[in-house]
Design a protein around this ligand. Structure first.
Ligand SMILES: Cc1ncc(COP(=O)(O)O)c(C=O)c1O
Length: 331
């Protein structure tokens, strides 16, 4: 079996992200102790979960002798913003391909938030419509650039394939160490599931660590019927990449799409309430597209008793707060 250290990586995150208790919200809900893992506080590019995946993609890009990174996502993609920041930081050229996947055309959505940061970084931005196949466009652009003598590395949509998800396998090990340090065992680890790589990495990592925590994803991109097979596939590909003989157990893939609302990036009342609650009670900012919807589902399910009997719960703060500026009219 291989370990994570057998894969080249480029260090972007200097130290473990902290785990802290949400004292006021835990008291408010009157049951389990709720903790947050602050993956939103990573230092580069405004911070966020994608940096863990990017460490492995940049490692692979250096190993392949590339000089240019192409990443893709929705117009307000956190992943594209962080890919650009990480690529520039490591000395690559970077181009991002942004699809108009969310039906919004208000000025904040089109010019503020992540897009503002992308433009300030000065990377080449290709904007395209909702129906565009982003990977096909990336491949076509790669061919153009390579005809000019560049060597291009394409980061998959959302940074979600097995290689990048190793970043969250390593996060599961980090959480296990922190459990020892703070003397807590988490019963569940809760997060937003978009393109599924974060969920798959944590699930694979928790299985490898042998911990007892359930990994629970709240769907924010697509319903369970679409998300379950992708989460299963990436988890299995992680086991295969690490050459361990584990098989994914579908009974360990917990997903809940009840808080997705009308679709990806479309606000819900419960998201707005969750974002406000976290800010008002704890002074922390969730984002409107991912962690806001996941936290909305999480607290609703706590209130409904779905976590009854569980003592310690960990919510992954995955970042994305720049998105709040693109959604200012919602608040
Ligand atoms: C802030 C934030 N949280 C969570 C996620 C979900 O991660 P994944 O796409 O790996 O499911 C994303 C993905 O873009 C994100 O930007």
């Amino acid at each position: 079996m291989l370990t994570i250290n057998d894969f080249p990586s480029y260090k972007l995150i200097p130290h473990p992200t902290s785990i802290t208790k949400l004292k006021r919200i835990s008291a408010h809900l009157g049951g389990a102790d709720i903790y947050v893992k602050r993956d939103d506080t990573n230092f580069l590019g405004g911070g966020g979960s994608k940096l863990r995946k990017l460490e492995f993609y940049l490692g692979a890009a250096f190993q392949a002798g590339c000089d240019t990174i192409i990443a893709m996502g929705a117009m307000q993609s956190n992943h594209a913003r962080l890919s650009a920041a990480a690529a520039l930081h490591a000395g690559f050229d970077c181009e991002i391909i942004l699809g108009h996947k969310v039906p919004r055309d208000d000025p904040d959505y089109l010019h503020n938030g992540n897009l503002l940061l992308d433009r300030i970084m000065g990377v080449t931005i290709h904007e395209t419509d909702a129906a565009a196949d982003l990977m096909a466009l990336a491949l076509a652009r790669k061919a153009e650039l390579e005809a000019l003598g560049k060597k291009v590395y394409i980061i998959p949509f959302g940074g979600s394939c097995a290689l990048g998800s190793l970043g969250y396998v390593s996060c599961a090990f980090e959480i296990a160490e922190q459990e020892q340090q703070i003397g807590v065992n988490f019963d569940s680890i809760v997060l937003a599931n978009g393109s599924s790589g974060t969920h798959a990495g944590l699930l694979a990592g928790c299985e490898l660590v042998g911990g007892r925590a359930k990994v629970i994803g709240y769907n924010v991109l697509k319903p369970i019927a679409d998300t379950l097979p992708v989460t299963r596939q990436i988890t299995q590909e992680i086991f295969d990449l690490l050459q361990c003989e584990k098989l994914v157990d579908d009974n360990h893939i917990y997903l809940d799409d009840s808080y997705l609302g009308a679709g990806y990036g479309i606000p819900t009342d419960s998201m707005r309430e969750a974002v406000r609650l976290m800010a008002h009670e704890e002074g922390l900012f969730l984002d409107p597209v991912y962690s806001g919807k996941a936290f909305a589902g999480f607290i609703a399910d706590i209130k409904q008793g779905k976590f009854a009997g569980q003592k310690n719960l960990l919510f992954m703060m995955t970042g994305g707060a720049p998105g709040l500026y693109a959604y200012q009219s919602e608040f």
